[in-house]
Write a protein that binds this ligand. Structure first.
Ligand code: ASP
Length: 328
């Protein structure tokens, strides 16, 4: 009997110690630099968004935030690394729509986007642009569509791997035209843009956060934006619908995640910090210059991101099936 009581007491004390260690960790958080994994190359659209947000969050949290680029396989390598990181709030993931498309596009994904992560909040929705090297022959979207139909696989199309926004856009374009181009995968569209500027690749479809500056400078050709209306940053670029491509709307939503099991108090702190960061003038202005905008504060929350991920996962499963794409 004595033994049972002392065992129970020991268990209770251990539980109490664990509880207070947990609470203390949340209270002191962040006590060391935080890493945000970007599952694409440096210099690309997700990297650009992340660095702007990380800088503002770091000021709010009073702690350094390091951005780590883990590119490859359409963002799944970086996401897998984040899924297995310690759930202590010091390793996070900033990923986009690819979190919702990967389950439909990969036969065996080493993580479950909906159960292996604790959502922190939505960040932004970025329009896409259909662009090409400066001296690519077609002048308008109409010309481009005809050119793709005629030349198919002779055209090189850059993307950031299966499940990346650039790949999804190309997949939808090829499906709409019922033709194929030669896809050239990169670890992110940052390096793909370098090759587009150098003329080594013909075209790509990428987020305005990676194309606006080059379009404005006339360094690449822009055929369309994938929004229902033209956007302020690129007033001369027609919408896909204006150029004859109906129902071709695509917005690339981004979210911030922690590994599942992260203390809810830490998740809450990060979500509040994300909201503060998105409300800063610097982030709002930089996003606007790049053709996008921060989400409103009530979207930069765990619930809003969880819901977006769930509904988009369902939607993309249907889109991928309808496009007749076999998961790889
Ligand atoms: N977001 C990717 C990047 O940052 C590109 C993509 O999704 O296509 O490189």
């Amino acid at each position: 009997m004595r033994k049972t009581i002392s065992t129970l007491l020991a268990v209770a004390l251990a539980a109490g110690a664990a509880f207070s260690a947990h609470g203390a960790a949340a209270q002191d958080y962040p006590a060391q630099p935080i890493t945000i994994i970007v599952p694409f190359s440096a210099g690309g659209p997700t990297d650009t968004v992340t660095r702007l947000v990380a800088q503002a969050m770091s000021e709010d949290l009073g702690q350094q935030i390091v951005v780590q680029n883990v590119g490859g396989a359409g963002g799944t390598l970086g996401a897998a690394q984040a899924a297995t990181a310690a759930a202590d709030g010091y390793t996070l993931l900033l990923h986009h729509i690819g979190m919702s498309t990967a389950p439909a596009l990969y036969q065996s994904l080493p993580y479950d986007p909906q159960t292996d992560f604790a959502p922190i909040g939505l960040v932004t929705e970025v329009p896409m642009t259909i662009v090409a090297r400066r001296d690519f022959e077609p002048e308008t979207l109409e010309d481009l569509l005809a050119h793709i139909r005629e030349n198919g696989e002779n055209i090189t199309y850059a993307n950031a791997g299966v499940g990346a926004a650039s790949q999804l856009c190309g997949m939808l374009l090829m499906d709409a035209l019922d033709t194929r181009m030669t896809e050239v995968p990169y670890q992110g569209t940052g390096p793909a843009m370098t090759d587009l500027l150098g003329g080594q690749i013909d075209m790509m479809c990428d987020q305005t956060t990676n194309t606006t500056t080059q379009i404005q400078a006339g360094e690449i050709k822009a055929y369309a934006v994938t929004t229902p209306e033209r956007i302020d940053a690129l007033p001369d670029v027609p919408t896909a619908a204006e150029g004859g491509l109906e129902n071709f709307e695509l917005a690339i939503w981004h979210g911030l995640y922690a590994p599942v099991g992260t203390d809810p108090a830490i998740v809450e702190r990060l979500s509040a910090s994300l909201q503060t960061a998105l409300a800063t003038e610097t982030v709002a202005q930089s996003f606007a210059d790049l053709g996008t905008a921060p989400v409103p504060a009530d979207q930069a929350t765990p619930d809003a991101l969880a819901e977006k991920l769930a509904t988009q996962t369902e939607l993309w499963a249907e889109v991928v099936a309808a496009a007749g794409v076999t998961p790889q």
